[in-house]
Design a protein around this ligand. Structure first.
Ligand code: C2E
Ligand code: MG
Ligand code: MG
Length: 686
């Protein structure tokens, strides 16, 4: 026996390596080392060479596995490689290999293997050949390849199993299930739902290797097949893109595309909950509806692009003034809303409105120069003026209307008397629509009389409303509202047609007199007026030469060449054109010559003060003579006024001195009586 210590000629460690290699080679278990970086088998024992269906180890080594490898398998291998490096992980999975195209399913255990050069490959051991049913094989394959994230957790929330998709998303370090949820409440909610119903489905924000993502999670209670303990099975899909698309769609629905401000939709959906919350804590709010004073003019003169630019600049200026004090939205057109939060007192609102009005005294730079666009503001307060959004916006609108009436460039706060006014207005609006439907309107006629002979030359058709409860109403009670509502267009059409029919009837009854019809400025904005007038003769049988259309100075001043062209066409067709209430508007005598006018109706305010208006009246008369326009005096009530008109050769008048506006039958009665007198005089003189 040699004595210890001895020296060995061959190092036993080297010998051991050789023996180990031989043993490995002889093992029934297939063992191979896979070089992930080059997609090649680096080494394999005999059993593995056989499984891979290779002629020899060299032939197997020569194979480029990447040729048959799907992208998902390649990604998975890379993932494994990272796992080996970072956490020395080992896995067991069911693999299906395709040596020479023949599927072979194996239970494979694998772990990292470090090559001499430091790179990490994969040590694989095929534990056994699987003899599963085809369904079993396919389902385990599906589990490996699916992009659905599948994981199983034990009662403490520790992962028992993660499929490759789940492992790929696992952030660094093993996270317990609870830590994967961004909001702990989502996790607790999920657990309580599972406890209640055995499973649940919800979306939540999750921590993943790609950062925070939205996952749709289906959770189900189950039993772990290995331990028999109860476990939680989760399948998750990434729905971040969907959530983002949803968020974007919601943003677009809630925001105005031109200015980027919240829109009416946003206001309708977000403010009612805000009101509720404010009510619960006693917070006061103020609602400011803001309207630009010169927007229409800028839009009309500079074009829509400049109009849009102005709105964009306004949309930037409003939030700059408001800051954190409230929310700014665009309600539509040139109308904006500011909802001020946490309002302490009325003074605060006044100061804010004054500041806002002040800020809009400075110019906006638009293409074509610098422009001032002041604003008018209507304010309502919560909870004083109303408790719901609809009421608050309506009342802010009423107050805005008042600010406009007060000359614009100012603000006005809602109050009760304004509310009463608006309620009357609303009732009137409703009744007016009803009146049109129920034919409650009728025409009265006021005689137009020869100043020298008292002979009736014509009649002005004046609208009356047979109100079912209020009795007979003169236009002063409703015409302005009808104008504001635009209902005057329909009413005006009715008046024109009715008056034309009656002119025709009067002519047939032997009274060839002139009928004058009032046309409101709003009717000129409607596209129907032109065709309605031109078709009047065909529709009613009237004689255009016996019809005079009364327009106001506003119609002439507010409009452009188109009005002149329309009026010229009417005149060519034989209609007379009168300027009504002359002297109440711009009173610019010079401009009349530019329009095809036949009569000038001098407003009754001039006639009433004829003594003091002496000089102006004389000027009007001489101008009429010069332009060959017939002057007609309105509102003549006294002999004195009549005498003046006679002395100054004004040949036609209207007024209570002769007759107020009367019912058609009475008007015809006047005409008949006049005819009888004339006939008697004729007989007497004959
Ligand atoms: P207008 O066209 O200037 O009509 C004359 C108004 O003066 C009538 O009032 C008439 O009754 C009133 N009047 C006539 N003579 C005298 C007088 O001697 N003294 C006084 N104080 N008043 C006199 P009415 O019928 O109440 O109509 C008021 C206004 O309503 C009309 O003024 C006209 O602008 C408008 N209007 C009436 N009917 C229509 C219509 O069918 N369409 C439109 N657009 N407006 C109408
Ligand atoms: Mg008139
Ligand atoms: Mg008049």
């Amino acid at each position: 026996m040699p004595l210890y210590p001895v020296s060995y000629s061959v190092d036993p460690a080297q010998e051991l390596q050789k023996v180990a290699l031989e043993r490995l080679n002889d093992l029934n278990t297939a063992v191979w080392i896979f070089d992930i970086d080059f997609s090649r088998v680096a080494w394999a024992n005999k059993a593995a060479v056989a499984i891979w269906n290779a002629e020899s180890l060299d032939e197997l080594r020569a194979r480029d596995m990447s040729e048959d490898m799907s992208i998902s398998v390649a990604q998975r291998l890379k993932q494994y490689q990272e796992d080996f490096i970072t956490s020395n992980a080992s896995f067991a999975e069911v693999w299906t290999l395709y040596p020479a195209g023949v599927p072979t399913t194996l239970d494979v255990a694998f772990k990292g293997f470090r090559f001499e050069d430091g790179r990490v490959g994969m040590w694989c051991e095929a534990k056994s050949q699987r003899t599963d049913t085809p369904e079993g094989l396919r389902s385990s394959e599906a589990l490996l390849h699916t992009s659905v994230i599948i994981s199983l957790y034990d009662g403490d929330g520790c992962a028992l199993y993660c499929n490759p998709a789940a492992r790929a998303l696992q952030p660094e370090g093993e996270l317990r299930l609870k830590e994967r949820f961004v909001k702990a409440a989502d996790y607790e909610n999920l657990l309580s739902q599972v406890a209640l119903h055995g499973g649940c489905r919800r979306s939540a924000r999750m921590q993943t290797a790609k950062g925070i993502r939205w996952h749709e999670i289906t959770a189900r209670e189950c039993t772990d097949a290995v331990t028999g303990q109860s476990a939680l099975l989760l399948s998750e899909t990434d729905i971040t893109d969907l959530k983002e698309a949803e968020r974007r769609a919601q943003y677009l629905a809630d925001h105005d595309t031109l200015t980027g401000l919240p829109n009416r939709n946003y206001v309708q959906s977000k403010l009612p909950p805000k009101l509720k919350a404010a009510a619960s804590i006693g917070e006061k709010l103020a609602f400011l509806i803001i309207d630009l004073d010169r927007f229409k003019a800028i839009n009309d003169t500079l074009g829509h692009a400049a109009g849009d630019e102005l709105l964009i600049q306004v949309a930037a200026r409003l939030p700059a003034v408001t800051g954190d004090a409230g929310m700014v939205a665009r309600l539509g057109g040139d109308e904006f809303l500011i909802c001020l939060s946490d309002v302490q007192d009325r003074d605060q609102i006044d100061r804010f409105c004054e500041k806002l009005v002040q800020e809009f005294q400075t110019t906006f730079e638009l293409e074509g120069g610098e422009f001032v666009s002041t604003l008018s503001i209507g304010v309502s307060q919560f909870p004083e003026d109303g408790e719901d959004l609809h009421t608050l916006l309506k009342y802010a609108d009423v107050a805005l209307y008042k600010a406009k009436e007060e000359g614009r460039n100012t603000y006005s706060c809602f109050n009760i008397s304004l509310r009463n006014k608006i309620e009357e207005q609303l009732t009137l609006e409703r009744d007016l629509r009803e009146a049109l439907k129920e034919e409650q309107f009728e025409l009265f006629y006021q005689p137009r009389v020869d100043t020298f002979t008292n002979k009736i030359l014509g009649g002005e058709a004046l609208l009356r409303w047979n109100h079912p409860t209020r009795g007979l109403l003169a236009p002063g009670c409703f015409i302005e509202t009808a104008e504001q509502m635009g209902l005057i267009v329909e009413i005006g059409d009715w008046v024109m047609t009715r008056a034309a029919i009656e002119q025709h009837q009067l002519e047939r009854e032997g009274f060839p007199i002139n009928i004058s019809i009032n046309i409101s400025p709003r009717q000129f904005e409607s596209s129907n007026l032109y065709s309605n007038v031109l078709s009047l003769q065909d529709r009613t049988g009237c004689n255009p030469k016996r019809i005079e259309l009364e327009i106001t100075e506003t119609t002439l001043m507010s409009s452009d060449k188109i009005v002149t062209e329309i009026l010229s066409t009417f005149k060519e067709r034989g209609f007379g054109i009168a300027i009504d209430d002359f002297g109440t508007g711009y009173s610019n005598l010079a401009y009349i010559q530019h329009y095809p006018v036949t009569s000038l109706k001098i407003d009754r305010s001039f006639i009433a003060n004829i003594g003091t208006n002496h000089a102006v009246m004389k000027l009007i008369m001489s101008l009429c003579r010069l332009l060959k326009v017939k002057p007609v005096a309105e509102g003549v009530e006294t002999e004195e006024q009549l005498n003046w008109l006679q002395r100054h050769d004004c040949r036609e008048f209207q007024g209570y001195l002769f007759s107020p506006a009367v019912h058609r039958n009475e008007f015809v009665g006047l005409l008949k009586r006049q005819k009888r007198i004339a006939a008697a005089e004729f007989r007497a003189s004959a």
